[in-house]
Design a protein around this ligand. Structure first.
Ligand SMILES: [Zn+2]
Length: 247
């Protein structure tokens, strides 16, 4: 079964760690999809970093897919359309940092739609083509899939499945990722990844790399091991998880 690799939380806020993850993937001949956050936690507006935008354009030209990954990657306060004065189209009200990471599940459908539309505008303005959408924390409320379908998206994913929203198709798929927030969670996700990879004969797998993973030698080693394990079956595009057939 095919394996798809992605780097999450691609933002100027994580530029060093993103480069480290890209280097690790390149050393294994893998071109991961890049999950770009237009304004990570309301403190890293993509368009304010021209060099980072240029780097993303180069990576896309070299074959990396670009997915929109929420807008702030945090729910926080609702934005107030009456106060739109920022160049991004609105002022992000206050205390973004108080929000959870499940951005799309924590906001109203109307606000979620506004964030998707605004995110698309930012990526387009950065001259990037949008190849898919992944909700922060893979947290997809029921209204999101129809919205993505309506907007023509051909790839999205949650913990258990990958979807083609426009074609209304879905397929079971295993996620391999690491939670580095606490030693206990890290130990459990390390164990999960070692077990879950045995599901690969039955379902396509996804290896999800987070920038913070690069800070842990044990996780870097695990990622390297998994990429080696996946070698030969890594697909370049998320939508290849649907099309793939073993000859
Ligand atoms: Zn994320």
């Amino acid at each position: 079964m095919p394996v798809h690799v992605s780097i999450h939380d691609v933002s100027p806020a994580w530029s060093d760690e993103v480069e480290a993850a890209l280097g690790l993937c390149a050393s294994m001949n893998v071109r991961p999809a890049l999950l770009v956050v237009p304004d990570f936690h309301g403190r890293a507006p993509l368009l304010a970093d021209a060099r980072f935008c240029a780097r993303l354009r180069d990576l896309q030209a070299a074959g990396h897919e670009i997915y929109l990954h929420g807008f702030f990657h945090q729910s926080g306060e609702h934005y107030d359309p009456a106060r739109t004065s920022s160049r991004l189209g609105w002022l992000f009200a206050q205390r973004v940092a108080s929000g959870g990471e499940a951005e799309m599940s924590d906001v109203s459908p109307a606000e979620g739609r506004a964030r998707v539309e605004e995110g698309e505008r930012v990526l387009r303005q950065a001259d990037l083509h949008i190849d898919g959408f992944v909700a922060p924390a893979w947290s997809m409320p029921t209204w999101l899939l129809p919205l993505l379908g309506e907007r023509g998206y051909r790839f999205t994913e949650d913990h258990l499945r990958v979807y083609d929203p426009a074609a209304r198709r879905a397929r079971a798929s295993v996620v391999l990722n690491w939670a580095t927030r606490s030693p206990a969670r890290l130990a459990s996700t390390l164990a999960w990844c070692r077990i879950a990879k045995y599901a690969r004969p039955f379902a396509p797998a996804r290896i999800a790399i987070h920038p913070a993973d690069m800070r842990y030698r044990v996780v870097r080693g695990e990622i390297e091991r998994l990429l080696r394990w996946a070698a030969g079956d890594v697909v370049a595009r998320g939508s290849d998880l649907f099309a793939w057939r073993r000859l």
